[in-house]
Design a protein around this ligand. Structure first.
Ligand SMILES: C[S@@+](CC[C@H](N)C(=O)[O-])C[C@H]1O[C@@H](n2cnc3c(N)ncnc32)[C@H](O)[C@@H]1O
Length: 388
């Protein structure tokens, strides 16, 4: 098949939730290999996570009822495993401080069906529960002190039985929309995103269509979780956010998807490798909300008590050994971008053109390495919610 593979058209019409995933496996541009920044940002928020865990109401554990944790949007790297460990260790300490024997723990790793669950499951350390106390298990590094299961499905709908989960966690996932709003790819609509692949710097009507989609999706998420969370349970949510009121200024996400990435698409169009309409029908389904965008939805739902809702400065998505090495910075940006949206790009224009696109992104990012290191900063919305 040549560079202009026709069968890609069919793929790009597939529903987003059937095809979206971070890049699986353990290769150079895989999510598993490009998620150290997320790990760092998560670590810098552990004190907020622990505050949320302290809100969970504990009772003397019933003999056979496990304490159940679910990570939503777990992806395929080790971040989710680390995080589940942190939660379980913290909850164990809390039980012990109250003089209770800790219960058994169960962890659900949930993501869309195309997520590379195999790579994730291969990273799971062996289970050590039989023949040792929970304390011994927790002390033994490289062992797992909880039962694990994968749950495929969209977190914008129901995933678990009613009142079955004690703690929900979701990091760096809720900014992914369930779909690109239809109006954004409809040439007759005012919201048609002509010439662009993201809403950064787009028309207000395009950005408003994204905002509406984000708020509808978040409302669906909260509604489902309010059925699934046990009474006394808590939820810790972190997603990309922005500090500007204006949704066409997407902050760090805007810099990642709306500048050099946009220019790389334009290169392909100017070189005649992709036609303009093909570029315009590609849109990154990400929306970095403002605190207000997020708050409006939480308040409209009213099922949850809000312990905390704030914007948190996360830092750069670029992790490099040698900041002075422009080539390394360029490669890091291209790999980090490809690890999160490469699957969508491959499906839209095919693997070969996708290689061309990310090569152009890498060389553009190399030229702008210094300013990328200085300016590329992520802000996150952090929400700690309890259900009583
Ligand atoms: C950037 S990764 C975050 C991974 C992990 N939580 C971490 O901290 O490294 C975002 C994840 O959200 C998932 N995701 C996006 N939309 C989703 C949806 N509607 N339902 C479930 N998962 C979704 C993606 O498939 C992806 O694995």
């Amino acid at each position: 098949m040549g560079l202009h593979g026709r069968d890609n058209v069919v793929v790009s019409e597939m529903k987003l939730e059937r095809m979206l995933s971070m890049k699986g496996g353990k290769g150079e541009a895989s999510y598993a290999n490009n998620s150290q920044a997320q790990a760092r940002h998560a670590q810098s928020m552990f004190h907020l996570l622990e505050e949320t865990l302290n809100e969970v109401q504990l009772e003397s554990p019933a003999e056979e009822a496990p304490f159940v944790v679910a990570d939503l949007g777990c992806s395929s790297g080790s971040n989710t495993l680390y995080l589940i460990d942190v939660i379980i260790k913290h909850m164990t300490k809390r039980y012990e401080a109250l003089g209770f024997d800790p219960p058994e723990f169960s962890a659900f790793f949930s993501d869309l069906p195309s997520n590379d669950f195999n790579t994730l499951f291969q990273l799971l350390p062996p289970l050590t529960i039989d023949g040792g106390s929970m304390e011994e298990c927790l002390a033994a590094d490289g062992h797992r002190s909880y039962f694990a299961a994968g749950v495929p499905g969209s977190f914008y709908r129901r995933l678990f039985p009613t009142r079955s989960i004690d703690v929900f966690h979701s990091a760096f996932s809720l900014h992914w929309l369930s779909q690109v709003p239809e109006s954004v790819t409809d040439k007759r609509s005012k919201a048609y995103n002509k010439g662009r692949v993201f809403i950064h710097g787009a028309d207000q009507s395009t950005a408003m269509a994204y905002k509406k989609q984000f708020q509808t999706d978040l409302a669906g998420f909260l509604k489902s979780r309010s059925r699934e969370l046990k009474k006394g349970g808590s939820m810790f949510l972190v997603c990309l956010g922005r500090t500007s009121v204006d949704p066409t200024d997407q902050g760090g996400a805007g810099l990642l998807f709306g500048t050099h990435f946009q220019d790389a698409w334009d290169d392909l169009v100017q070189e005649g490798l992709v036609d303009g309409d093909k570029r315009d029908s590609f849109n990154i389904p990400v929306y970095a909300p403002s605190l207000e965008d997020f708050r409006e939805v939480v308040e409209a739902d009213s099922s949850f008590a809000v312990n905390k809702l704030e914007v948190f400065r996360g830092g750069s998505p670029l992790v490099v050994n040698q900041p002075d090495d422009a080539a390394e910075v360029g490669r890091a940006l291209a790999n980090s971008c490809r690890s999160v949206c490469g699957v969508l790009v491959d499906a839209h224009i095919g693997d070969q053109l996708s290689d061309e696109l990310f090569m152009r992104l890498e060389s553009r990012a190399t030229v702008h390495a210094k300013e990328l290191l200085e300016q590329l900063q992520f802000f996150h919305i952090v929400a700690s919610l309890s259900f009583s």
